[in-house]
Design a protein around this ligand. Structure first.
Ligand code: ZN
Length: 314
């Protein structure tokens, strides 16, 4: 009996100490509107997803959309363990001081999560492209680095000339784990169906220190390349960790259960280097998608009006 009581006490002490873990401090950074990516709609979804496990404390920081107001924009990155970028930034928007501050943050061991079109950002910023490994659009081409894709189950870097970035229509597609031993992918099924999304292809960049975790087949029948294209990647920059998460075009894509789970796992890993969360039972299978109704309901539909601040940014 004594032993049982002792065990119970020990278990509750462990439980208390676990629940007393301070939350991981997350900056969700957005603020640049373009015709394609509605951060005003997707940031509330990302925040909801990160709030759910009770592990993260999320502050949303919205950058001013105009160049004229950027001079005073200097968020304190070092107050956070990880920056989640839902932010598609054109060339030249950030000044040198802001860029240096972010480079310093990452060099010193910061965390970065790159959401979908955040890999279109900053084509001119060499260090950012080193952090994200590959990117698309905004005049990226062979000067940005080779194409990276999987052919015959091997990662290939292809220097042939051409523009970076393409995708077909938004349809469901299978995701395939190529590195099952990383903390983010450990315990996931080897293949699952992802809810309808843009499958990014033809990404190019330096690809330094890049480990591809998950790929998806870019089907020529849907304007694809015929290759398995990298979708989830991890990288290091100095002491910093980067989780590059290429899916997630809109609210519908983000409602996919795998999207929710991998955002939570990838953000924890980028912040701490570990993943302590379990893969839930409703994770999608190789045959069928699974999506969260409470999140898909957050999509107001294509006719949703833009707030005035976004109209001013055209
Ligand atoms: Zn998109």
């Amino acid at each position: 009996m004594k032993r049982l009581l002792f065990t119970l006490c020990a278990v509750s002490l462990v439980a208390i100490s676990l629940s007393a873990q301070p939350p991981i401090r997350v900056m969700l950074l957005d603020g640049e509107m373009n015709p394609y990516h509605r951060w005003d709609l997707t940031s509330p979804v990302l925040k909801k997803i990160l709030d759910e496990p009770g592990k993260f404390s999320v502050d949303v920081v919205t950058a001013p959309p105009q160049d004229s107001a950027m001079g005073s924009f200097m968020p304190k990155f070092s107050d956070y363990q990880v920056i989640v970028l839902n932010y598609d930034v054109p060339a030249g928007r950030w000044g040198d001081a802001l860029k240096k501050s972010f480079e310093q943050y990452m060099t010193n061991g910061g965390g970065l999560v790159v959401i979908h079109a955040a890999n279109n950002s900053f084509p001119e910023w060499k260090e950012y492209n080193t952090m994200i490994g590959v990117g698309g659009w905004r005049n990226r081409n062979e000067a940005s680095g080779p194409y990276w894709y999987y052919k015959d189950n091997k990662l290939v870097s292809d220097p042939k000339p051409g523009n970076a970035g393409s995708h077909g229509n938004r349809i469901p597609f299978p995701m395939k784990v190529v590195d099952p031993n990383h903390p983010i992918t450990k315990g996931l099924p080897p293949i699952w169906m992802h809810q309808s999304d843009e499958l990014y292809a033809q990404l190019r960049g330096p690809g330094n220190n890049m480990t591809v975790l998950v790929t998806a087949y870019s089907d020529p029948a849907n304007r694809g390349t015929g290759y398995d294209e990298p979708q989830l990647m991890v990288l290091n920059y100095g002491k910093g960790r980067i989780f590059h998460y290429a899916p997630g075009h809109d609210v519908a894509a983000m409602s996919s259960v795998d999207y929710v789970v991998l955002l939570q796992r990838g953000t924890e890993w980028a912040a701490t280097g570990k993943v302590t969360q379990k893969v839930p039972d409703d994770f999608p299978t190789p045959k069928s998608v699974a999506y969260r109704v409470d999140i898909s309901k957050m999509d107001p539909g294509p006719a949703a009006p833009r707030p005035a601040v976004r109209a001013a940014n055209k």
